[in-house]
Design a binder for this molecule. Structure first.
Ligand code: ZN
Length: 500
């Protein structure tokens, strides 16, 4: 094989993988958006064929020879090709380490588990879900043994979601958070609570749809490449490449803030993905590099920008035009309500300050189950105990407790820390952005996202997955990651909202 042919083959191989991924993600997306309820099995059959095809393609002799050849000649490759080969070789080796029958059995387990989890959550019955969750944890531990023998299983999975992450880093990070956030919440408890009436009332879905479109335009999403649908739980997914990105939201007619901030959050994910350089499309480098960096963008748009006084003051006239009852309050009331701090039960509805504690609880529980120190059977009791200890709230049932998130039913163990890490990265990006002369508040007062987006595009988005998360952070920040920057930001926010 000569190098020129191999490079062309590399491109062709990635296009095939992207096409298979495209087909599979459209099936998934259809299933959770508009497909009629009786069509799941139809999709499951096609998905089984496609995922087997994907497995065979990525582990075939030809692919192995191609990637080995390129790997041996990596000094002849450019920066992008080198990283493509690195990621593809890892993917291929990882797939080969798991026996195909176990891989397929796990995929089937996940499909079943997601279904059972829905019912268990509806009935608030953990016992129903327990056998599936036990198998999911067991499989994750066993797979980690195949993939990285000698490494702590939980460390393996943390590193999969955020390259470079391990329990030691997480322990330090969450330890630092706990030290300043727990007293901060205590302080808020002793103060008169903020009135959040401006967020509640009667808000027709039709008007909220209009708001979604307005927000997507305002934050700078390209309507030709980013679509919006409605689902039970909001999410973002690229279809095939960053040229087709979909976000979803959910409308509650008595509370518009839920969808409003979901659209901005998912919009942040979509800005990051669609901001990849166009020549990365249909390669493994297309789209965001890790969940941590992804959440740094989504939570940056949702909280740092979306919940800022400057932006909410800009948005106020639009809101009063759509929802007249908002006019009974001032922009300042809106800002305070959107940032009200109150320990609660549900992570996705938590305020910015208590949010990381929700994540920390999940991290501690996952770590102990993965280390064999806690049985899946005891998760609800431990969950409830930690909510009482860290947040001071009583969990009334499993629906509002251990069954609330979909992550575990989908096999995602080790994912949660990225939410808190992302929030912390975002706060440090903000400091850097300001230091380099972009003033977000000045932009937000007129709803002009262009300078902010340009900074993010230049420093983060355009690279897709070219750099590992740690390398990217170093390049953007030019200084070590420091969670105190995030804690300073949170304290300043609380000070402003509660007038300390
Ligand atoms: Zn997100």
């Amino acid at each position: 094989m000569d190098l020129k042919t191999a490079k062309e083959e590399l491109k062709r191989y990635q296009e095939k993988c992207a096409a298979l991924g495209h087909a599979m993600s459209i099936l998934y997306y259809d299933g959770v958006t508009t497909a009629p309820r009786g069509t799941a099995e139809n999709r499951a059959r096609t998905l089984a064929v496609l995922s087997e095809e994907e497995y065979r393609l990525s582990t075939s002799k030809e692919t192995g020879e191609l990637l080995s050849f390129l790997d041996e000649n990596k000094t002849e490759l450019d920066e992008k090709e080198k990283r493509e080969v690195e990621l593809l070789v890892k993917e291929m080796n990882d797939r080969k380490k798991i026996p195909m029958d176990e891989y397929i059995a796990y995929e089937t387990l996940i499909v079943e588990a997601e279904d059972v989890w829905h019912t268990a959550k509806e009935k608030s019955d953990f016992a129903l879900f327990e056998p599936y969750l036990t198998k999911i944890f067991e499989t994750n531990i066993r797979f980690a043994g195949y993939l990285a023998p000698g490494k702590k299983p939980y460390d393996y999975w943390l590193n999969e979601y955020e390259d470079g992450l391990n329990t030691e880093i997480c322990d330090n990070f969450f330890g630092a958070l706990k030290k300043r956030i727990v007293p901060l919440i205590e302080k808020v408890r002793s103060l008169p609570q903020v009135d959040s009436g401006v967020l509640f009332g009667d808000f027709p879905a039709e008007k909220q749809r209009e708001l979604s479109k307005y927000l997507m335009d305002t934050i700078g999403l390209d309507p030709l490449h980013v679509g919006l649908s409605e689902t039970e739980h909001p999410f973002t997914t690229p279809l095939g490449s960053h040229l087709d990105e979909r976000i979803t939201t959910h409308y509650y007619t008595d509370y518009y803030a839920s969808s409003m901030f979901s659209v901005i959050h998912e919009g942040g994910h979509a800005l990051y993905d669609t901001g990849s350089d166009d020549d990365l499309a249909f390669t493994v480098l297309d789209g965001g590099v890790s969940m941590g960096i992804h959440e740094s963008q989504s939570r940056f748009y949702e909280n740092i920008l979306g919940r800022s006084e400057a932006f909410l003051t800009f948005l106020y006239p639009k809101l009063t035009a759509l929802f007249p009852s908002v006019g009974n309050y001032t922009p300042r009331d809106l800002f305070r309500a959107a940032n009200r701090v109150e320990p609660s039960l549900i992570r996705t509805e938590a305020d910015e300050v208590t949010y990381p504690l929700h994540v920390m609880i999940r991290y501690e529980l996952e770590k102990r189950v993965m280390a064999g120190e806690l049985a899946v059977h005891d998760l609800p009791v431990e969950w409830n105990r930690l909510y009482k200890e860290y947040l001071g709230v009583e969990v009334p049932d499993d629906k509002h407790g251990v069954l609330q998130d979909s992550h575990w039913s989908g096999g995602s163990i080790g994912y949660f820390p990225s939410y808190a890490l992302g929030s912390a990265y975002g706060a440090q990006f903000l400091r850097k952005m300001k230091a380099e002369g972009t003033d977000p508040d000045a932009c937000l007062r007129t709803g002009d996202f262009a300078p902010i987006n340009e900074w993010n595009r230049t420093h983060i988005w355009r690279f897709g997955s070219l750099y590992k998360p740690g390398e990217l952070l170093d390049r953007v920040l030019g200084e070590p990651f420091d969670p105190n920057c995030y804690l300073d930001y949170l304290e300043a926010k609380v000070k402003n909202v509660y007038g300390l």
